[in-house]
Design a protein around this ligand. Sequence first.
Ligand code: 4AD
Length: 502
Amino acid sequence: MYSIITHLYKVAKAGTLAILQIILRRGLGQKAKKMLLLCLMKDIKNILAEASVGSAITAKGWVRTKRETKNAIFIELNDGSSFNGLQCVFDAHGLSKENAAALSRSNTGAALSVSGTLIDSPASGQAVELKADSVTVIGECPADSYPLQKKAHSLEFLREIAHLRPRTNTIGAAARMRDEMAYAVHSFFHERGFRYIHTPIITASDCEGAGEMFQVTNLDLDALVKSGQPADYAKDFFGKKAYLSVSGQLNVECYALALGKVYTFGPTFRAENSNTTRHLAEFWMIEPEFSFAELPDNMALAEEFIKYLFGWAMERCGEDLAFFDKRVQPGLIAMLEEVKNKKFAHMSYTDAVKELEKKSSSFEFKPYWGCDLQSEHERYLTESVIGGPVIVTDYPKELKAFYMRLNEDGKTVRAMDVLVPRIGEIIGGSEREYRYDVLLENIKAKGLDPEPYWWYLELRKFGSAPHSGFGLGFERLLRYVTGLENIRDVIPFPRAVKQAEF
Ligand code: 4AD
């Protein structure tokens, strides 16, 4: 009996639930009964989607709102499984002493267990509601000190209570979408035969060569300062200087040149002093890398990837996306739809600069060939010149990292940045320099010491092959699909300049 019930639990849908309820009323062993009760106590998401009217239901969650009228007490219970909560309605006249006492302690934020019968809702806000007959307070929430009251709170304020903010509509929806998008990333690559590689977080080499790394050490810094002596890194934990990685690319390239198609997806760290709505000191990056692939293959993969992710968001995040579209960024869904259906434009850096020069006076930073494209330039290109996503390629070598393949002109590299409306750069990538001598020259020309890159250089000695890849900042993607302006609202616990609380 136990194994049958376990199986039913796994496949339980509305119909099976009704059958299980009938079984429950018959005599059962303790173990089977427990399993069945678990089955009947589904997430609110499942209850709303598939439980049948007339079912006995127990729901657990937190009080979002409590409202009392002469005849009824309404509690909106939310367990985080979906945007919508379950409306639980108590008859104000027939309340037992226990229920009345529990309801008086059921403030906003309190954790409750509510049991009753699912009925068609007579009100317009929801299809079904719980005609509640018993309530237990699992965890109280004192109204005088709970910071999340019924009124709307600003996102700035919510950042100061990052431990509680996932209980709000906006941050809860962002967290569910983050989870869905992470699933979409793995699904996209696995459908295409890419292997997931876990690259290290601690590294001795600077992938971007920009010197924006956080150092990792267990030397006693206070003692060092007191002694006035320089640090001896041979005595440090790793026997040399070590850092938090700015990118998994160099490591994932080793696996691309062995397994063919790979990707890494993990946290990366940048000690850049950019206190903006687009930068974090700790962010997650998705980095595919594939062998025997050149820049056009890379551009095609990036376009397919973005479209897949947007399609996934529209298919799988309905309620949450609808909320963002209504309350945060009107027109969001239409914008995602448009990007998904539009062919991405291609433009060389040189042509991009020509376009920018036509409007030179309207920019804060004057554009010229050789300038780093600023956010205002990127947005102008994608929003005004193209009116949709654009992939800009072949940047001056001085602007880009040492690992990018040098073009025949000796001046530009096979780099690509994917720019999208409202955000600007969302993806950065390139074909990699796979010729040993040219790579060594590039490293030296950038003023970098080739020594820590010895193993990376060796990949070009032993069976080198053209290969390409890119990096998508996961939080930049999430800003796009949620419409949230500040990157700190799409990551649970943001790390930025002077921000490492929680
Ligand atoms: O252009 P970036 O620096 O490229 C790399 O790190 C390469 N190693 C990627 C590769 O080719 N495998 O960064 C890639 C992306 C950017 O396009 C942006 O989306 C995001 O990472 N990004 C940041 N996101 C949040 N905060 C920051 N400080 C970011 N810096 C880059």
